[in-house]
Design a protein around this ligand. Structure first.
Ligand SMILES: *[C@@H]1O[C@H](CO)[C@@H](O)[C@H](O)[C@H]1NC(C)=O
Ligand SMILES: *[C@@H]1O[C@H](CO)[C@@H](O)[C@H](O)[C@H]1NC(C)=O
Ligand SMILES: *[C@@H]1O[C@H](CO)[C@@H](O)[C@H](O)[C@H]1NC(C)=O
Length: 360
């Protein structure tokens, strides 16, 4: 951290040496004086304005004690550390039980400590989601996140009871967790165009979920296998969600419907594919690494996710599934519950950070 004194000295050196350096570059004496004066004024104005820009002034004047580090860890950097997760490698024999492994945030990471991420307990999650409407829409990956979320808020036994309904092939699933008044909808939306239709429907009804997680890709890759077309639909989806965003200068949009509360929106990325163990010939042929990258490229080219300047927060299943590794999947595309559980806790922590809530 730079103290005010060092900053002053640095400024003085710049005023003195930059014009001298320029003089070496055959500038006339008048030009040197002009640059010197201009630099001096710029720096002086900068120093006097600094107190009015809190993030910058706290950066240059705060002493480096750990409490200040915690306070100055900002929202965005915490969001960027959320995927710093490791999976336990001890129990690496995958035996059909999805709960063999455990995971945690890397504690070697200073950012993670400062951000104070936590695996939410059932009651914390209930507090957080009390009274809210959660929609998860997409293909089988989204369904697996629903399982993790319901296991957390309903408990394992209750979840086992509803598992049959949830896994009726290619169907929607709706439930209400009465204890906390949480409404949850899973919408089977295997193509990105299905997601766009859903967003348009919400906009027409002017009725928006509080939390909206969406993601489609694998199904499209298998049944359409055309990354360019996929990109076109992703761009259309992006256009359709832009008017739902909170009003901020970076997303200045005309034609904004009256959204009372903006939903918290997430994009569920595709997992790492392990081509050799995909379970049909057709999948092995179409779902290649090259095709995976071509599809993934469309997500950032279209600026759908925030890491690339877009509106949705990416739940990076590719990163999580590669960290969990080969031993976490039997079919090369659906991973053990631990991966989706981690994704779900990343989502809940992102919600906590975004809503600036703190659990007591
Ligand atoms: C899988 O492994 C876990 C823990 O090692 C064990 O509790 C469980 O019974 C095993 N399941 C099967 C189907 O073998
Ligand atoms: C949910 O919120 C309602 C009203 O805000 C409250 O009465 C209830 O106790 C809460 N339930 C849980 C489980 O937190
Ligand atoms: C999803 O979109 C496809 C292609 O537009 C359409 O054929 C299909 O009926 C839609 N599925 C659902 C569940 O809406």
């Amino acid at each position: 951290m730079l103290g005010a004194v060092q900053f002053g000295l640095l400024a003085a050196c710049i005023v003195l040496f930059v014009p001298m350096g320029m003089a070496g570059w055959h500038l006339s004496r008048n030009k040197v004086l002009f640059f010197s004066g201009a630099l001096f004024i710029t720096l002086a104005v900068g120093v006097h304005l600094t107190p009015y820009f809190p993030p910058f002034s706290s950066f240059i004047s705060s002493p480096s004690s750990s409490t200040v580090v915690v306070a100055s860890v900002n929202r965005d950097s915490c969001m960027s550390f959320l995927h710093e997760i490791e999976f336990d490698r001890k129990d690496s024999i995958f035996n059909g039980s999805y709960s063999g492994k455990s995971w945690k945030w890397l504690d070697s990471n200073k950012g993670v400590v400062g951000c104070d991420f936590q695996k939410l307990s059932r009651s914390d999650a209930s507090d957080l989601l009390n009274g809210s409407w959660v929609v998860l829409a997409g293909d089988s990956q989204a369904r697996l996140v629903v399982v993790s979320l319901l296991e957390l808020v309903m408990g394992l036994e209750e979840m086992e009871r509803v598992r049959g309904d949830l896994f009726k092939r290619h169907s929607d699933y709706h439930t209400t967790v009465d204890a906390i008044g949480m409404k949850l909808d899973f919408i089977w939306a295997p193509y990105v165009s299905n997601l766009t239709d859903l967003v348009v429907e919400f906009r027409e009804k002017r009725y928006f979920p509080d939390v909206f997680v969406m993601g489609a890709g694998l199904w499209d890759m298998l049944h359409v296998n055309n990354a360019m077309e996929y990109g076109v639909s992703v761009r259309m989806l992006k256009e359709s969600v832009m008017p739902l965003l909170p009003v901020t200068p970076e997303f200045d949009i005309k034609d904004r419907p009256e959204v009372v509360r903006s939903p918290h929106m997430f994009w569920l990325g595709m997992p790492m594919l392990i081509n050799l163990i995909l379970n049909t010939e057709e999948k092995r042929e179409k779902m290649t690494d090259a095709m995976w990258y071509a599809y993934d490229e469309q997500i950032y080219k279209s600026k759908l996710v925030r890491n690339f300047g877009g509106p949705l927060f990416l739940l990076d299943i590719h990163s999580l599934s590669s960290r969990c590794g080969r031993s976490c999947t039997t079919d090369g595309m659906h991973y053990g519950g631990v991966v989706y559980e981690a994704a779900m806790h990343i989502m809940l922590n992102a919600l906590l950070i975004e809503s600036q809530q703190r659990l007591s």
